[in-house]
Design a protein around this ligand. Structure first.
Ligand SMILES: C[S@@+](CC[C@H](N)C(=O)[O-])C[C@H]1O[C@@H](n2cnc3c(N)ncnc32)[C@H](O)[C@@H]1O
Length: 166
């Protein structure tokens, strides 16, 4: 979700998965279709996904949740939880911070082929709390060491709670 140029889809397919890509930016989806053909792509908002309840084995949000303004997060995490089946996984990459916007300096507004986003460095505590509230349980979290002018990168793997058998 937030597949951008689709660069991760061949990687995921190479590991035996059947990935599809979703991105809010039509321009990004156009690039993805051209650069990584053979996969299904859709223009959609991860707050309103074109998938049935519990229809996906997993979701990858690789640096896409960092574009969610605080007032959009509740809905986004609930929507992600809606589409992942019980026992399924969600993996997210993000940048660590206090959850507020970074309009000046290294985290300023960024373009995504036609759409401009504000970026937010998210706290691992908020991420875990939001995932837990939405119905996921934490499986793994990690982060890179801080570097100059760059916040640490955070990684979180969560699993949808409930019975995998229904
Ligand atoms: C930093 S890029 C990462 C792209 C890709 N995941 C990767 O790792 O190469 C983040 C992408 O998320 C998309 N995005 C941001 N907010 C979104 C939303 N609400 N719904 C769907 N896509 C969104 C942007 O258009 C952008 O292509």
């Amino acid at each position: 979700m937030g597949c951008g140029t689709g660069r991760l889809l061949p990687y995921l397919a190479g590991r035996g998965l059947s990935p599809r890509g979703v991105d809010l930016s039509p321009g990004m989806v156009e690039v993805a279709r051209r650069e990584h053909p053979g996969f299904g792509y859709e223009v959609a908002d991860l707050r309103e996904l074109p998938f049935r309840d519990a229809s996906l084995a997993g979701v990858v949000c690789w640096y896409s949740l960092i574009f969610l303004a605080p007032d959009a997060r509740l809905r986004a995490f609930a929507e992600l939880a809606r589409v992942v089946r019980p026992g399924g996984y969600l993996v997210a990459a993000f940048k660590h911070g206090d959850g507020t916007g970074h309009r000046n300096g290294p985290g300023s507004r960024v373009g995504s082929l036609g759409i401009d986003f504000d970026r937010y460095w998210l706290s691992a505590r908020e991420m875990e709390d939001r995932f837990t509230a939405a119905g996921f349980a934490l499986t793994f979290q990690g982060s890179t060491p801080p570097e100059e002018a760059e916040p640490p990168h955070g990684y979180m793997l969560v699993r949808k709670t409930g019975s995998a058998n229904g």
